[in-house]
Design a protein around this ligand. Structure first.
Ligand SMILES: [Zn+2]
Ligand SMILES: [Zn+2]
Length: 228
């Protein structure tokens, strides 16, 4: 829904994504959803939902706790994705030199699995309820999707949530800032929050190669480059 809305918003801003980009986005979106669902369901099926020490009576507190923990876990995975070891797995999300809502789900399936695992581990360890997962997951994916809109709106919200202007700077070549998925809390705590007044002009990776958009190349890229 938010992807379709995003495509419309980008048209309104006169910054439309190409048809090919949109199709790629949708394809990856459903792929990532499938991977996420399989991971979570497999975990629950094999281990059961643990009874934890969460304050179930206060659903809002449970959701907020899960969100904050899930964000810090994602934050450090994402920072690892920008190290020499992690970059081959995360690089794909940064290859496109064009911004747009279609970019949201683009990435190597191995890193998508790591991302899902990183976000659910804190809750699984502490026994969060499936309802809390649903609420937090929808919030995180919603904000992350809007954060990839190719518009420059909502900057004033950047101290709280990830906005298009903020996440766009994460896509500047060689950037080591703004790792948050939906909250900017941990970027501010760990001093990686960066939002100048101007918009990031150049996007993509420093070591851009020819034919970077071929899916088969991107899938095999981490194995060819070697990890570490
Ligand atoms: Zn990144
Ligand atoms: Zn991104």
């Amino acid at each position: 829904m938010l992807m379709v809305f995003g495509i419309a918003v980008e048209w309104a801003w006169n910054r439309p994504s190409s048809l090919r980009d949109c199709l790629a986005g949708f394809l990856f979106y459903f792929g990532a959803e499938l991977v996420g669902a399989i991971c979570v369901l497999t975990w629950w099926y094999t281990t059961g939902i643990p009874e934890g020490a969460w304050p179930r009576s206060l659903f809002l507190v449970e959701c907020l706790s899960l969100l904050v923990l899930s964000e810090v876990s994602w934050y450090w995975l994402h920072r690892w994705g920008h190290t020499r070891q992690g970059w081959p797995w995360h690089r794909w999300h940064h290859v496109p030199d064009r911004y747009g809502v279609w970019l949201t789900p683009i990435g190597h399936p191995v890193f998508v699995v790591m991302a899902v695992v990183s976000r659910v581990i804190p809750g699984l360890a502490l026994g969060a309820s499936p309802e809390a997962y649903a609420v937090v997951g929808i919030f995180q994916m919603g904000i992350s999707t809007v954060g990839h809109y190719n518009v420059d709106a909502g900057r004033w919200l950047s101290r709280i949530v990830v906005t298009p202007a903020l996440h766009r700077w994460h896509h500047a070549p060689g950037a080591r800032v703004n790792y948050g998925l939906s909250l900017t809390l941990w970027d501010q705590v760990f001093r990686t929050y960066y939002l100048p007044r101007r918009e990031a002009a150049r996007l993509g990776v420093k070591d851009q190669g020819p034919g970077e958009y071929e899916i088969s190349d991107q899938l095999l890229d981490p194995f060819r480059r070697g990890v570490g």
